[in-house]
Design a protein around this ligand. Sequence first.
Ligand code: VAH
Length: 318
Amino acid sequence: MKRILIVGAGGQIGSELTAHLRGIYGNDNVVATDVRECKFLSEQGPFAVLNALDPHAYGYTVNKYKIDTIFNLVALLSAVGEKDPQLAWNINMGALMNSLDIARQYGCALFTPSSIGAFGLSSPKVKTPQDTLMRPNTIYGVCKVTGELLSDYYHSKYGVDTRSVRFPGIISNVTLPGGGTTDYAVEIFYDAVKSGRFTCPVPGDVYMDMMYMPDALDACVRLMEADPSKLVHRNSFNIASMSFTPEIIRAEIRKHLPDFEMDYKVDPVKENIARSWPDSMDDSCAREEWGWAPTWNLETMTADMLEKVKAKHEKGLF
Ligand code: VAH
């Protein structure tokens, strides 16, 4: 990877991935793009407003900056997708098809994340295998499974270097997530710090895989730098680091904030989605094929999130 383009850089992953990649490869070698202006991205390095659904503008940008690697992060997430499935399909798959065709045309490697949302009720729930039944019942999951199949197809048919991971819910303290079923695992920290109370939209007994952002960023780089001859799989690798329920993370937060209170106002859409996803994932293939190894766990993530979110609150950032 030397000349990198991030499409959808203004979101939860993209905002931190941009800074992370610029720290490794140099500011001028990482071009951030999003459909709207993102001042915080253009202050640090090259930025362009780009609608990934416009193949001409997309191809022009790849050619202009001599890109060799694309991170396509454009996606409407699981819960918001259920409000307008047709829009979710058009955006998610439109951006992916343009990314695949442009990667093929310009000889770029392409990373398009998948998700634990690619699994469904008929997938094994505990230690979900790398290769198993995938019948998701959300438009987000259908997009993710389709994306995996198309990415593998473009690799086998045209030799495009496509790679991806199935991200769990990602917990971060820079940019808030938007429209996901796992968003509660970020919102809980902000409410705990701000008011000492949180109303959770996901039932207290539902396990979901989660990951702290630093591990997610490491996975992106490690996979894209991996020796392709070692990759048996490509789209898409299970990766895992922790799995918890709302009750478990409440107890962990209370170790730091003993008076923290949580109640529930369950969102039926989020409950149905969350209950259809794995409780835990088998990530042995990622560990064997490209050295995946998370470094954060529930305890260390909780302590770091509270420290970072408290600092943001003290600065009046929320
Ligand atoms: C969502 N944060 O909740 C995303 C993610 C595994 C969850 O795909 O939709």
